[in-house]
Design a protein around this ligand. Structure first.
Ligand code: HEC
Length: 178
């Protein structure tokens, strides 16, 4: 039986449209590859129908924001680990204190810091939190006051001060009982 397949004349015995390797290849393409792409296209078509249109984002968080009462207070997690002074500095202070922009005492410029350090940590912290001269208030933003204090200490200690790194006050008994 298999010997019949060796010459082309004999393959003509077969009925059906596939007679040459090229036709065989085309048959493979049309019977396998094309349906696969058709399915992919169909799936894509179905999926894109469910894509949210602009302004119709229904993620739970987004919905929550949309239906939130006006005037709600953002509650920060009081137990979240405090950012380091270096992190706060690199995020919020470096823009001015890195380059000395707007007349800021540069991060590593002892001469610009020594007189300021002499005023003591509390005075420097107050300046940072409330603002001073060309520096706007640094408090009330993404970092809480203790974290701003840590950035003050980070800069001051890099210029000769020996301030202790501030931490949160120990939790009150009521808070600890929760
Ligand atoms: C918009 C620029 C700017 C940014 C941002 C900025 N500062 Fe300042 N900072 C200044 C300038 C300018 C001065 C000098 C103010 C003066 O003495 O008139 C200064 C001074 C200070 C002083 C010395 C205050 C004193 O009483 O002598 C401290 C401490 C300080 N900055 C801390 C910080 C910390 C911490 C951050 C980041 C959380 C920060 N600054 C971000 C511009 C900036």
């Amino acid at each position: 039986m298999s010997a019949n397949h060796q010459t082309s004349e004999h393959t003509e015995d077969h009925t059906g449209p596939v007679k040459t390797p090229k036709q065989f290849l085309l048959m493979i393409i049309f019977s396998f590859v094309v349906p696969v792409f058709a399915i992919i296209g169909l799936a894509y078509f179905v999926v894109t129908q469910f894509k949210p249109i602009a302004g119709a984002n229904n993620e739970p968080k987004v919905v929550e924001q949309r239906i939130a009462k006006i005037g709600t207070v953002e509650v920060k997690d009081g137990n979240a680990p405090l950012a380091t002074g270096e992190k706060v500095y690199a995020t919020q202070c470096i823009a001015c204190h890195g380059s000395g922009a707007a007349g800021a005492p540069k991060y590593q410029e002892k001469g610009a810091w020594s007189a300021r350090i002499g005023k003591g940590y509390e005075a420097l912290l107050t300046s940072a939190l409330k603002g001073k001269g060309n520096m706007g208030a640094q408090g009330g933003g993404d970092f809480d006051d203790v974290e701003i204090g840590r950035a003050v200490v980070f800069m001051a200690n890099a210029n000769g001060a020996k301030f202790a790194i501030p931490d949160r006050p120990a939790p009150t008994p009521e808070a600890a009982a929760k």
